[in-house]
Design a protein around this ligand. Structure first.
Ligand SMILES: Nc1ncnc2c1ncn2[C@@H]1O[C@H](COP(=O)(O)OP(=O)(O)O)[C@@H](O)[C@H]1O
Ligand SMILES: [Mg+2]
Length: 260
């Protein structure tokens, strides 16, 4: 079992009763979901089912029409845009499908950017950024521009940028969507392992089962509703709410991914 697994009695991030419409399109129709520190959660579902909208609401990018989002017990959804922007910069990290790096900046400055935006002097920010390069297998790539990196390398730079500010939650929306299967699995393995080691929560939106396999838990979205939660399913199979007891197996071995 993972030493980081914690009960959902005190999730680091929790959305309850989330609803969101765009005009007549109902993107979220009442979703409850939570994730704990050190836990990785995959949000799966077909295109247009509301996955990105759910991620955006949880991450304070958008405000839900109804429902609450709590980060370590604090309401996120009620904050105004400047406060949510600050929160995103200081407590969250983001990895998107592609195109998130600034093409004119070298890799190390791309990674350092969130720190510099927070007022850390450039030299210090770049030094801290460079510490992540060996961790992500990017030694020697510090001064490359994004255009001089492969797709997998660029995504690893994006992961470093998401991690550099020591966030509580990393959000990834189709992080392997622009990569071939092999590279995608390498990138996803790094993302899952490092966030886990950092003790951060990871929320990954994907339509790829292979990506979800790297996560401790999977929920499925359909027409703006959660249809399945494999933690619930595992507990039902065990006949008890096993995840309420710290240290008890939940029927889903989080360490199984290391066997791959
Ligand atoms: N900014 C927006 N304006 C209008 N409609 C949107 C917007 N964002 C998402 N939608 C709609 O909401 C639904 C859910 O979208 P989304 O959350 O992006 O799904 P997914 O990420 O699962 O593909 C879709 O019908 C989509 O067209
Ligand atoms: Mg999407």
């Amino acid at each position: 079992m993972s030493p980081y697994r914690t009960t959902t009695a005190s999730p680091v991030l929790a959305g309850t009763g989330l609803r969101k419409s765009y005009g007549l399109t109902r993107a979220l129709a009442g979703v409850d979901v939570s994730v704990s520190a050190g836990e990785s959660l995959a949000i799966m579902g077909p295109s247009g089912s509301g996955k990105s909208t759910l991620l955006h609401c949880l991450a304070g990018i958008e405000r839900p029409d109804e429902g609450q989002v709590l980060l370590a017990g604090e309401r996120v959804d009620q904050l105004g845009e400047p406060e949510r922007s600050e929160l995103r910069r200081t407590r969250f990290g983001f990895v998107f499908q592609s195109g998130q790096l600034l093409p004119e900046l070298p890799a190390d400055e791309n990674v350092a950017l969130p720190l510099m935006l927070g007022g850390v002097p450039r030299r210090q920010a770049v030094r801290k950024a460079r510490e992540w390069f060996p961790v992500l297998g990017l030694s020697g790539k510090e001064e490359r521009r994004p255009g001089e990196l492969s797709g997998g390398q660029a995504q690893r730079v994006a992961i470093a940028r998401a991690l550099v500010g020591d966030p509580q939650v990393i959000f990834a929306d189709e992080p392997t969507g622009a990569l071939d299967q092999t590279t995608g699995m390498e990138v996803m393995g790094l993302l899952a392992d490092i966030t886990h080691r950092q003790g951060a929560a990871l929320v990954v939106v994907t339509h790829d089962e292979n990506v979800a396999h790297w996560c401790d838990r999977t929920v499925r979205v359909r027409d703006g509703r959660l249809t399945e939660d494999d933690r619930t399913r595992a507990a039902e199979a065990a006949g008890v709410a096993a995840w309420h007891t710290p240290g008890q197996p939940v029927g889903h071995d989080a360490d199984a991914r290391y066997d791959r």
